[in-house]
Ligand binder design. Structure first.
Ligand SMILES: *Cc1c(COP(=O)(O)O)cnc(C)c1O
Length: 376
């Protein structure tokens, strides 16, 4: 590579826009011309189309993925006086949402191969909760990097203990567990539609899905001041609405979500082949599950040097995430941890490195990245 060779970015939401520019521009013009900008026909159509794609009875749009989680918790009546179990190896949003509703987070460790919640530790804390915490009312499994958690034992344990399951599918739109799309397995599922996610808006957005129509109605009311009828709050709510522009854009992008996930899988397979027999192990796939590769993550010891070397070869990388939530300044020393003390979480944070992963990577770019990987 020479000084003028452009660096291949790790993510590129602009490429997603350019790939569908004509259709997105037309959708934006339609939304602008409608004269109705919040909770209108585009939002309703997006909710119907997303629910149909997901295979859920209902979808409810909202302002972002963090709010989707708070709305799910509020909708289930979970707030002060409740503990909610999740992981520390996640976007901080998962933990922030728990505290936003006044509940207490309890953070568990991860399985070192798949980076998802340790199912055995979940069973242990549900059977024998750590002392001093309010009762556990919900668990939020995070399907991180595009791969499902080991849901069967988690769902069984949650059911045994009367605990709600709220799936955080923000990185896993379209991932499957035992042949079913994630998001269809708990009480309610939450999805960020942040621009770089597998389904990404061109701004902020979020959505929830559930088969519980009463819960969907309640969440739909809470997202707009608790209104059931205009100007009359039936219960205390918030303002977290999906706007018509984003909904119109998302309707276009939803049409290519499956194809885009297939492209991500093809890129992942190319990386696997390039790494075969070398010093790095491709990411583990949970048997029987469909991984949609929000990220393609390697575990490496010499991360800083390796990232610099890849950068010099024209390949950008990123770290998801460099610091576990419980070690970040806002949370350090005051967030409850499970019995495993998040030891694998801390180790992962020092070793994970994400290769470029977005559907618009060209074959040429993928081949260039593979050539660099083969030479490592
Ligand atoms: C992106 C993300 C969120 C937060 O979504 P926002 O739309 O940024 O609020 C929550 N959880 C996970 C796992 C995420 O990746």
């Amino acid at each position: 590579m020479n000084a003028t060779t452009p660096v291949i970015p790790q993510a590129d939401p602009g490429a997603g826009y350019r790939a569908q520019k004509a259709a997105i521009d037309a959708a934006v013009a339609r939304a602008l011309g409608s004269g109705w900008y919040i909770l209108g026909k585009e939002g309703e159509a997006f909710e119907a189309e997303y629910a149909a794609w997901q295979g859920a009875a209902r979808a409810v749009g909202c302002a972002n993925g963090t709010d989707a989680l708070t709305l799910a918790l509020r909708g289930l009546g979970i707030g002060p006086g409740a503990t909610v179990v999740t992981v520390s190896h996640t976007a901080v949003a998962t933990v922030a949402a728990i505290e936003m509703v006044g509940a207490t987070p309890l953070l568990l460790d991860i399985d070192p191969d798949t980076y998802t919640m340790d199912a055995e530790e979940l069973e242990a804390v549900l059977a024998d909760p750590p002392p001093g915490l309010p009762p556990i009312r919900a668990v939020i499994p995070v399907h991180i990097y595009g791969q499902s958690c080991d849901l069967a034992p988690m769902l069984a344990a949650a059911q045994r203990h009367g605990v709600a399951v709220i799936e955080d599918c923000s990185q896993a739109h379209g991932a499957t567990y035992a042949g079913r799309k994630v998001g269809n397995l708990g009480q309610v599922a939450c999805y960020s539609l942040y621009p770089t996610k597998n389904l990404g808006a061109l701004g902020d957005g979020g959505v929830l899905t559930t088969d519980d129509t009463a819960l969907a109605d309640r969440i739909g009311a809470i997202r707009q001041y608790g209104w059931k009828e205009r100007y009359i709050s039936a219960e205390v709510g918030v303002n977290s609405r999906l706007d018509e522009l984003q909904a119109a854009i998302l309707r276009v992008k939803l049409q290519v979500l499956d194809a885009n996930n297939a492209r991500r899988q093809a890129i992942a397979a190319a990386y696997d082949a390039a790494l075969a027999g070398g010093r790095f192990t491709p990411p583990a796939r949970r048997p029987g599950c469909g991984h949609v590769f929000h990220q393609y993550v390697l575990r490496v010891d010499d991360r800083a040097a390796l990232m610099a070397r890849l950068r010099a070869e024209g390949v950008a990388t990123a770290i998801h995430y460099p610091c576990p939530v419980h070690l970040q300044p806002a949370y350090r020393g005051r967030t409850a941890l499970g019995p495993a003390n998040c030891a694998e979480t801390a180790r992962a944070a020092e070793q994970v490195m994400s290769l470029p992963m977005f559907p618009e990577l060209t074959d040429q770019q993928v081949e260039r990245i593979c050539a660099v990987l083969r030479a490592l």
